[in-house]
Write a protein that binds this ligand. Structure first.
Ligand SMILES: Cc1cc2nc3c(=O)[nH]c(=O)nc-3n(C[C@H](O)[C@H](O)[C@H](O)COP(=O)(O)OP(=O)(O)OC[C@H]3O[C@@H](n4cnc5c(N)ncnc54)[C@H](O)[C@@H]3O)c2cc1C
Length: 198
């Protein structure tokens, strides 16, 4: 039987971490990251002045939520699934120790964002996640009206639910997609997404 194929759009911190999490939960899925530029994790490199402020020493989820007055409700479910404690543990399990500054900001003990980049690159290599640069996604279409995917099994309910159109590339098919294109884009760059029919 064919393996499930999931495409993650965006080769930044969110796209990498998402792809790695999918691989940890579903080791038999085919996972591909599509990045439009020729650089990976470029914002991670400059983050925290080149040191990468990975997380904050705030293990209390309710207290953490209070720090997001406009996003508290939206973030609640996500934080109860994966919050600062899980972030610290995940990096420790993957060989990255963090230290805490007086104000609570947490950085890798190396004080270098390269440590985080190396960790992510090591994990995608370990899980054989394909990372394709210079693959700009221009549009995504449902292949049929009842396209869907079961979350937990490896069984494919609908074959290739999505077609991904890219700049100057042959289209790709996927059973599921994850969009991690970051913020600060000009809104017209996301017209294809606003027109996407669920
Ligand atoms: C100077 C600076 C310092 C920062 N410091 C910190 C810090 O210390 N700690 C912290 O947590 N955050 C910091 N941030 C915020 C940081 O940007 C985010 O936390 C994180 O990098 C965002 O990751 P992301 O994957 O969501 O987005 P991005 O890093 O923006 O990644 C999105 C990726 O998607 C790609 N993409 C977009 N559209 C498409 C498309 N159509 N097809 C294919 N690929 C596409 C983009 O090229 C990009 O590579 C900092 C930001 C800046 C600018």
């Amino acid at each position: 039987m064919r393996k499930k194929k999931i495409i993650v759009v965006g080769g930044g911190a969110a796209g990498f971490f998402c792809a790695i999490q999918i691989a940890e939960l579903h080791p038999h899925w085919d996972i591909i990251i599509l990045e439009k530029t020729n650089k990976l994790l470029s914002k991670v490199k400059v983050s925290g002045g080149g040191r990468c402020n990975v997380t904050h020493a705030c293990p209390d989820v309710e207290l953490l939520l209070k720090k997001y007055p406009r996003g508290e409700r939206f973030l609640k479910k996500a934080f109860y699934q994966f919050a600062t404690k899980n972030t610290i543990e995940w990096f420790a399990q993957n060989g990255v120790q963090l230290h805490t500054e007086k104000d609570g900001r947490m950085f890798p003990t190396t004080n270098s964002s390269e440590t985080i980049i190396d960790c992510f690159l090591r994990k995608v290599h370990q899980y054989k996640i394909q990372v394709l640069t210079q693959h700009e996604v221009l549009d995504i279409k449902h292949n049929n009206s009842n396209a869907s995917i079961t979350n937990t099994s490896n069984e494919i309910k609908n074959q290739n639910a999505f077609t991904i159109q890219m700049q100057g590339r042959d289209p790709m098919q996927a059973d599921a997609i994850c969009l991690a294109t970051g913020g600060m884009l000009k809104s017209d760059r996301l017209n294809w997404l606003t027109q996407f029919e669920v």
